[in-house]
Design a binder for this molecule. Structure first.
Ligand code: UDX
Length: 452
């Protein structure tokens, strides 16, 4: 930080959360990274799903009214567009007031000025407020950078560009995704896309939770089209290892259970914070795991099956088949610690982007069952571009599950996948060492902040 007349001047960054677990985690991790670089941090968040300030004693937390519950917006994963629109509409005025108040305080304490605002890409209203108040805004992407191609490549060019795309991007089948996106988009979807593109265009930069080697082709294409620089500081969780971000209580007992398992023997099963499954799918997963003979750690989050605790749906006979020691079920796990544990040899995932990065950075190969949204693109990256996972058929059936677990964990067929996963772990470590792409990108970001 700069010296002003012998006194230390520090800069404050304001970070704005989108209040769902898969977005809260990367934003708080990014806050931790930036705090370690010397910035003071203020987190502004909607009241809904407030993070726990006591986990981050060095940050200032400010809650703003969001009227989410009062607006009667559905919290189902499929209704996220309505939720995003409601938050952007309801939070604009309280956020503007809050930021104006902070800027007034700046006048009184000139040694700590607001240097910029970093916002989750779903909270795009923040960019317009930052522009209005003359502050630089940075768009934080908690998803794969490739998702940005649907925004930054002009609509008129998307079809032909995606058709003739370079070979590294072919496994993503972007043209096919474009066709499904373009089919009858609702007015709400059009509104959200236009507003979020405007935010990207006027931002001072994009901060992506990804790595250069992982999305090289997508990042080059994005940089051709985006006027804003793209900073790739991922995986955030590896640069902020001690950051605690869970809204649900983590059950640490599973770590002592993992301690007793053989190296690389356990399949970890979790479908993130929002995905839902049917009762029948739980039954098929249960029998697939039981019959696989493989030790497993299974997260059954309350609400994973709509309106249920989930565990009561486990079929009769399952526990006898599994015995007392082969399986462990929790409501919520310390996932990053689980994936870094020696005993874990595979991860059956819904392919959320955080889970994807957490798994690949530990060299853990994946079984993939995407459920909604960006998870389908992530699955294509994992299974067909990076080749560190196996796609599970969308209709879950116990015999096929059992077969897929065996292939991933033990068969000769799975060996290439397991080796490839270890190779990506090594490349991740390189990105995070001195001179590696993620650390260099962090330096570039801080340089740009100084120049602003
Ligand atoms: C969603 C989208 O699926 C994801 O692709 C997007 O980028 C963010 O929003 P979610 O479905 O929750 O997120 O999945 P994911 O991105 O994997 O995030 C889940 C987070 O919860 C991970 O950081 C994971 O470590 C954590 N988690 C999950 C736990 O801490 N414990 C658990 O038991 C399960």
């Amino acid at each position: 930080m700069e010296e002003v007349q012998g006194e230390k001047q520090s800069s404050r960054l304001v970070l704005v959360l989108y209040p769902f677990q898969g977005h809260i985690n990367p934003m708080l991790q990014l806050a931790t990274i930036l705090h370690a670089k010397g910035y003071s941090i203020t987190i502004i968040h909607p009241e809904f799903n407030s993070p726990n300030p006591s986990n981050h004693p060095h940050f200032t937390f400010i809650s703003i009214p969001d009227q989410l519950v009062e607006s009667g917006v559905s919290l189902a994963p499929g209704d996220f567009i309505d939720r995003v629109l409601a938050l952007n509409k309801n939070c604009t005025a309280p956020f503007q007031k809050c930021l104006e108040r902070m800027l007034d305080d700046d006048q009184k304490h000139p040694l700590e000025r607001i240097a910029g605002v970093v916002y989750d890409c779903f909270m795009y209203f923040v960019q317009a407020v930052a522009d209005d108040l003359g502050l630089p805004g940075f768009n934080m992407r908690p998803t794969a950078a490739a998702i940005l191609l649907f925004s930054v490549v002009p609509h008129t060019e998307q079809e032909s560009i995606f058709e003739s795309q370079i070979s590294e991007l072919q496994p993503l089948e972007l043209k096919q995704m474009l066709t499904s996106f373009s089919m009858n988009p609702s007015d709400n979807m059009k509104e959200m896309r236009a507003a979020s593109l405007n935010a990207i265009r006027s931002s001072s930069g994009i901060i992506a939770n990804t790595m250069e080697f992982l999305e090289h082709a997508a990042l080059s294409m994005i940089r051709q089209y985006s006027p804003a620089p793209v900073f790739t500081l991922g995986p955030f969780h590896k640069l902020a290892p001690s950051c605690s971000t869970s809204i649900l209580q983590e059950d640490a007992h599973c770590i002592s259970w993992l301690d007793k398992q053989a190296p690389k023997s356990v399949i970890y099963v979790s479908f993130g914070s929002m995905a839902s499954l049917s009762k029948q799918e739980i039954v098929e997963i249960a029998w697939g795991l039981a019959n696989s003979k493989q030790p497993f750690l299974w997260v059954i989050r309350p609400g994973l099956v709509h309106g249920s605790e989930g565990t009561e749906l486990i079929p009769d006979g399952f526990r006898q088949k599994v015995g007392d020691h082969r399986g462990f079920i929790v409501k919520w796990a310390p996932q990053r610690e689980v994936l870094a544990h020696d005993a874990v040899g595979g991860f059956w995932t819904h392919c959320g982007w955080n889970s994807t990065l957490e798994s690949l950075s530990e060299g853990v190969p994946m079984l993939c069952k995407p459920c909604f949204g960006d998870q389908f693109l992530n699955m294509k990256y994992i299974c067909y571009a990076w080749k560190i996972g196996i796609q599970v058929e969308s209709e879950l059936e116990r015999g096929k599950i059992q077969g897929a677990i065996k292939t991933l964990m033990a068969d000769i067929q799975g060996e290439e996948i397991r080796n490839k996963a270890m190779e990506l772990k090594r490349k991740t470590i390189l990105s995070l060492t001195e001179g590696g792409s993620s650390l260099s990108s962090l330096e570039e970001f801080t340089k740009q902040m100084l120049s602003i």
